[in-house]
Design a protein around this ligand. Structure first.
Ligand code: HEM
Length: 180
């Protein structure tokens, strides 16, 4: 039984981890800044990186559908295995829903996203202040849920490594890479 992730799965996992931590940090930081040209520039970078994260998660899901991950260790109880799968499903759902809510929010607020200043992304909604404000709250709420889910994800990985002493964490690390 193959017991490691492919190099593609690992690359997508760690690339997205860096990008998503950056997006979370930038999102919370820029929100409280006073209005200025610098703030607007940071908003643009946040939106460009967010659209990139959305595209990457689509690639990742397409890859995942064709490549089953290695099985969880038999030492894990059925309920823990269920919790692990549910956690991963929640992470995928949030990785799709968060950028989508940001895109919808920007559309409703009347600020079209132009990806890296080059590629205009179509607005999904007509301009509407109430809807824009509601979507801003949705974007924030989903992000708070994401932070909690991520803490659970990271906590579980560390527990597997330091307490259960299985290979759940190491099989996602680069040194474990064997094939694509
Ligand atoms: C996975 C991708 C994304 C993550 C993790 C993320 C995260 C965040 C966070 C944490 C905030 C701060 C929320 C607050 O304090 O109110 C925020 C704000 C914001 N995000 Fe995102 N975001 C993502 C994608 C996007 C996308 C794709 C867009 C638009 C195309 C976008 C547009 C915005 C805007 C405009 C704000 C500022 C809201 C305001 O303060 O008016 N985000 N984001």
């Amino acid at each position: 039984m193959v017991n490691h992730y492919t190099a593609t799965a690992k690359t997508l996992h760690w690339l997205m981890a860096v990008l998503l931590f950056g997006l979370l940090a930038l999102g919370f930081y820029m929100h409280d800044l006073p209005l200025s040209p610098d703030k607007l520039k940071l908003y643009s970078w946040h939106k460009w990186a967010g659209v990139t994260a959305f595209l990457l998660v689509l690639v990742r899901l397409a890859w995942r559908l064709g490549h089953r991950p290695p099985p969880l260790p038999a030492s894990m109880s059925k309920s823990m295995q269920f919790a692990a799968h549910a956690g991963h499903l929640a992470l995928y759902g949030l990785m799709l829903a968060i950028p989508l809510s940001g895109w919808l929010m920007s559309s409703a607020k009347g600020f079209q996203t132009v990806w890296f200043g080059v590629l205009p992304i179509p607005d999904l909604l007509d301009k509407n202040k109430e809807v824009g404000d509601l979507l801003q709250t949705v974007h924030l709420g989903l992000n708070l849920l994401f932070v909690v889910t991520l803490l659970g994800h990271i906590g579980a990985a560390l527990k597997h490594h330091f307490i259960d002493r299985d290979d759940i964490l190491t099989r996602m690390l680069p040194a474990h890479a064997k094939e694509n």
